[in-house]
Design a protein around this ligand. Structure first.
Ligand code: HEC
Length: 103
């Protein structure tokens, strides 16, 4: 009986960790995983992280539009950067991280 109890407790701990990780997505990790390939190099015309001139006209649209374009896609920008497993909150955290130097 004992090993089963331990396994259940360990399972519960993992679940709690997963939930709390989703509550506060790590924008930097998500950016590195899902956005950097284009937004560090400018591939396909992507605005580069930290490039104020590239971001200034986009920022004028407002954050809600930028979030929506990141989640739903916008021209050559694929929805969620092509990572459909990301939640909307994950994508927003990555946008926040990406825009932090130019805000
Ligand atoms: C396959 C390449 C690619 C990946 C991966 C990618 N993007 Fe983009 N992104 C683009 C391109 C290209 C544009 C410029 C679209 C345009 O203006 O034509 C863009 C534009 C944007 C914009 C500006 C939208 C606007 O309204 O001006 C935001 C914000 C953005 N991306 C966020 C993200 C985030 C967050 C991720 C990761 C989750 C990501 N992108 C991953 C290619 C990519």
């Amino acid at each position: 009986m004992r090993p089963l109890t331990v396994a259940l407790l360990a399972g519960g701990a993992t679940l709690v960790f997963t939930v709390s990780a989703q509550a506060e997505p790590d924008g930097e990790a998500i950016y590195n995983q899902a956005c950097m390939a284009c937004h560090m190099t400018g591939a396909a015309g992507a605005p580069i992280k930290g490039d104020e001139a590239a971001w200034a006209p986009r920022l004028e649209q407002g954050m809600d539009t930028l979030y929506a374009h990141s989640i739903d896609g916008f021209q050559a920008m694929p929805p969620k950067g092509g990572h459909m497993g990301l939640s909307d909150e994950d994508v927003k955290a990555a946008v926040d991280f990406m825009l932090e130097p130019v805000l």
